[in-house]
Design a protein around this ligand. Sequence first.
Ligand code: MLT
Ligand code: MN
Ligand code: ZN
Length: 305
Amino acid sequence: MIVRVLGSAAGGRFPQWNCGCPNCEGVRAGCVPARPRTEESVAVSADGRAWFLLNVSADVRAQVEAFPALHPRGLRHSPIAGVVLTSGDLDHCLGLLVLREWHPLVVYATEPVRRGFTEGNVFYRTLERVPGQVTWRVLKPEEDEELAGPDGRPAGLAVRAVPVPGKPPLHLAGVRGADPADTVALLVRDRSGRTLAYAPGVAAVTDDVRRLVGEADVVFFDGTFWSSDEMPALGLGARRAEDMAHVPMSGPGGSLAALAGLRAAARVYIHINNTNPVLREDSPERRAVEAAGWAVAWDGMELRV
Ligand code: MLT
Ligand code: MN
Ligand code: ZN
């Protein structure tokens, strides 16, 4: 399986348009060693021809142009066979509306994520302009589902959605209660049994989360924040990482400690918030992450699972 990082930042990108934090200012001015990043999304493929996007961000147009394997191979064509969503957060699904040029799309998502996107959303009608434009395939928690594009041809990959601690998308807060399937991690498996665990949003490392990433050959994990008080410490509001349903990397309950000893050959942090000090390639936090065997995803990173 080929895994290509299209975007590696959390919602808002890096730098974020309205952010003057030291990281964002530094990368704008070119005076900190850090790469700009678009919003988190990863493309996976068994054969290098048909690709599935894990989450689809509003940055998808630029992400497609930056990766020739996703360019059309005909007058109207896309190697993107489908999209798999880990949540209904806007940074994970706004790109569906971007991909609206009458193109048939298959979208895999849990039922609360499907409903959250389609119900009462007039913009969604633009994805229903022609019959069969979008086909939803509902992911039942803990069940394997064969990935196939609009033509129904199996892509050689199966996906399993595993509920993880999370939250409903912000725009549904107060509209309905939380559902355990609001946030899932994905286990993507090829025919040889090689497995990618993709978990870009996780509120806490529970035993279930540890088991899930423990079976994978390659792990992508929530790297939003380095520390619980990252935003308050910068003067950016009062909310701690946990209040935003993101387990920080550092600290006693952090993912570095809680996930020490994974068997995965590659461990990669993704969905990095622009405030996170690991974005700076010369920071002590970046050194600590790398010393623990983790990489920090960048746009264009490619791995074989
Ligand atoms: C998150 O990762 O917590 C969300 O993307 C936040 C948001 O929707 O703005
Ligand atoms: Mn997000
Ligand atoms: Zn910033």
